[in-house]
Structures are given as C-alpha cells and as structure tokens.
Design a protein around this ligand. Structure first.
Ligand SMILES: Cc1cc2nc3c(=O)[nH]c(=O)nc-3n(C[C@H](O)[C@H](O)[C@H](O)COP(=O)(O)O)c2cc1C
Length: 262
C-alpha cells in the first residue's frame, strides 16, 4: 500500500520538473518534491532514503544521450528499500539514446523497483526554436493519464512483475563527449539582479559579481540564459552556436512523441 509520493528531479530550465510533477498529480497522496542541484547536494538533502510504501518519480533531462554526468554523485546519496519508482527522461526532440536505460539501471542498483518509465519532450535548453513550448497541453495530458494508469496497476504489481520493466536503450551506453570548458558571456544588458546566480544548479556564477563564471563548474544547462529577464546571458562560443544551428536544421521537425513503458 503506497502512502506517499516523492518526486526527485533535476531541471535547470524547468521542463523535467513540469512533467515529473504532472505525473505525481494523478495520485491523491501526500507529496514531497526534491529539486536536485549541486548546491543542495552540498548543503541539504545530503542523504535521502525511501521505503517500500513510498512511490518515487525520478526525472532528469537528457544530456548528449545520457543522464547529466554530475548527477551520479548526487544519486549515490539516494537509497531505496524495495521502493517502487517511475523513471522519466525529458529530451529536446533529438533523441534520448541510452539515458532512460541508464537511469533505470542506476536506481534499480540502489534499491528501487522500476514499475514504469517514460521519455518526454521538452523545449531544447539551447534554443526555443527546437521543441518550442514543450511540454505542451497534449504532453501534460499524456503525463497525467500515464500517472492514472500506473495508479490503477499499483495494487497489482508484485516484485516479480516490476523487475521485468523494459525500456529503450543500448549497451555500452553512448560514450560521453569530452567538451572544452565553455561558459556564457554576460552582456551590457545585465542589471545585476542576481537571478542567474540563484538559478545556477552548480553555483558556477559568483553571487557577488554576476560576470564571473567558473567555466570548470558550468554544465551548459542554460538555466541562466533562459531565466535572465534581460536576456543578458549568452553563449557565444562557436561550438555552442554550431550545435544550436544543427539542432534547428535537423531536429525542429518532425515533432517527436512521448514514449511510455510499463
Ligand atoms: C548539455 C545539454 C545536452 C543536451 N543533449 C540532448 C540530447 O542528447 N538529446 C536531446 O534531444 N536533447 C538534449 N538536450 C536538451 C534537453 O534534454 C532538453 O531541452 C530538456 O527538456 C531540458 O530539461 P530541463 O528543462 O528540465 O532543464 C541537451 C541539453 C543540454 C543543456
């Protein structure tokens, strides 16, 4: 009998958070939301553990076909105890490659039992011209119905059924790409409001001088870019510009559809 729902998500530009919370709305149970960031890893939420009477929904964005690398450190602090879990990846209309398989395997090793999984689409972090405004109303409706269907099945799931969850993905996982140190520039439009430092999940932006960014800590998540009210943070590096152009040319269309696994 499930008594409580928790969502755990990493969501620098907000799309993964929308989907993960939307699925949780299908359950009329007490909820806790854990918005993961390196900042919190260093301060609160040091260790999290969950029991078998809790359902956990875990959501991450796809970075280069994998789960964001730095999250592995965070995830090593999270333990389940035969805890049922729903695994969610959100990607920017290119592909999610091996990210969902990686997420499922990582958490199943940590005491969670995968009962369902899904790959959703979110506006691309690099540009609003790819997967524009997604998740849209249809995506959110699908997320809610997905939650309802899982709820119906919950009482019927035995551990044996649960461990048979299959998701798309391949071995070995897509190789991680080594990227040079790249961080955003700050233009003269900056009004020093500090939102960028506030929303940076790795604390790469100085809280005293918002122009100072530790490139070695920047994960190019674009949280500062998308959250700046003055559009004062921009990536000018050729590599980011070229990738963005290729994304617009090759992955704006066709619109990818949500894939669900139960
Ligand atoms: C560094 C980086 C790498 C990304 N790699 C991919 C990718 O391989 N495939 C894809 O379709 N989208 C990719 N995206 C786009 C994000 O997965 C997508 O925009 C997602 O909705 C962002 O989630 P968030 O809004 O929760 O931050 C990437 C984004 C970033 C910042």
């Amino acid at each position: 009998m499930i008594k409580k729902i928790s969502t755990l998500f990493f969501s620098p530009t907000g799309t993964t958070s929308k989907i993960t919370k939307q699925i949780s709305k299908a359950f009329n149970l007490p909820k806790s939301h854990f918005n993961l960031s390196l900042k919190k890893l260093r301060t609160k939420h040091q260790n999290l553990s969950f029991n078998s009477d809790e359902l956990v929904i875990i959501g991450v964005p796809v970075y280069a076909g994998r789960i964001p690398a730095f999250l592995e450190e965070y995830f090593s602090k999270i333990m389940g105890n035969n805890t049922p879990a729903i695994f969610i990846v959100v990607y920017g209309n290119r592909d999610y490659d091996d990210a969902l398989l990686e997420l499922k395997e990582l958490f199943e090793k940590r005491g969670f039992i995968g009962i369902a999984a899904g790959a959703f689409i979110g506006e691309h972090s690099y540009t609003s011209r790819v997967a524009t405004n997604r998740p849209d109303i249809d995506d959110l409706a699908k997320a809610f119905i997905f939650g309802k269907n899982i709820k119906k099945r919950l009482g019927l799931i035995s551990e044996m059924d649960a461990s048979s969850l299959k998701v798309k993905g391949n071995y070995p996982y897509k190789e991680r790409i080594a990227v040079p140190l790249i961080s955003p520039e700050t233009t003269e439009a900056c009004k020093s409001c500090g939102i960028c430092a506030e929303v940076c999940p790795t604390e790469a932006i100085s809280f005293t001088d918002f122009n100072t960014i530790k490139a070695e800590d920047c994960i190019r998540c674009h949280s500062c870019v998308k959250n700046c009210p003055e559009e004062a943070k921009i990536f000018t590096h050729d590599m980011i510009r070229n990738i963005t152009q290729k994304l617009i040319t090759n992955f704006s269309l066709p619109k990818k559809e949500v894939e669900l696994f139960m």
